[in-house]
Write a new protein. Sequence first.
Length: 400
Amino acid sequence: MDDRCGSASRLAVGAVVVFAVVFTPLAGSPQAQADAFHDYALRSTFEMPVGSDRFDALPDGRLIAIVGDALHVETMAGSRQFQVLGSLPDADIPSFGAAFLEVSPDGQRIAVGNNGGSGFDNFVVGIFNLSDLSGEWFEAAHFLGAWVDDRDFAITAGDFGQPAFVTLLDTQSPDPVNPTNPVVVGNIGGASAGVAFDAAHRLYTGNGFAIGGPSGTGTIKAFEESAWRNAVMSGVPLDFESDGVLVIDILSADSLGFDSEGNLFVGGGDGETQNDFAAIAFSDAVAAALAGQGAIDPDDAAAVRRLDPDDTDDFNFYAVTYNPSAAELYVRNFDGSTVYVFSPNMQTVPSISIWGLFCLALSIAVTATLMLTRPPPAKRRRVPVPWRVGEIAVGGRSHA
């Protein structure tokens, strides 16, 4: 082997070693990026259709809202322009609006709570196909709700002065007047709050306004999927006050939900110190609480962010909606039409797999080997070409 080959071999080995040392720390992570919790910031505002009370996001990112009994849908994702999709059949919705509008995970149906109707004594939940607005109104007490999957819909409810509860409506029940809707979590020592499910199908709900307790307003607990499904099968509801894992006590546990990274968002308000902001609990802090490391401290800025987009009013009562397709949090005062858009606006840097790094290093090493071992080209005599298309020969050189 001549000296050039020896040098090339040493360079090839060196290239592999250097690339292995420099890039291996990145190989195990799926991506290098900031996290949404720390990067959420107010990016813009927009106005919902006049009179819209509740809204949600479709899988393609478009927003859908309800005004009276009429559905309004964004013309395209992010356009902030709405058109009427149609009216819900046989709707009895009071002048102050629907209780909720929730889009099913597959985007094919919606659930609408009628808020008791015009007489405030006819509580029904409508399940409708978005394709033609066909569907049924199911008799069910309600405050807020969330889809478990494309069939089951969880509902918070309660009678004034009595412990609140969570039920599980089978949206394929054959009898809308007497649907399958068992109590899953009972004995919530106060008024109804929000309800949500995380990626592991844990059920989260809270005490919306403490009455008998012992839990206080804003107490949020989590219940494992195996536990609440067993409650459905056995007919014995979980006890909110004695079962579950305490996650956090903040605001009034209203409009609960999760973003795509598992950060828990909360709306509502409670007293002088727990109002005028929407809260986001860091996914790591939620995971720690679930692991038995204690409830999240609502005053810990490293675990909980407080979003108050309207500094002109100290008495806002915010609701929060999440749009997974756009990775946007929508924060809105309960009596306002202005929506404040919070998003991470993160710059994602793709990482390189171990095999990708190896191939890159090998490619550079091989290229270096070829360059060092290839014999120098033989000197050739230039022959000037006086005339070529688009060129003029001058002194033996051609110029374009």
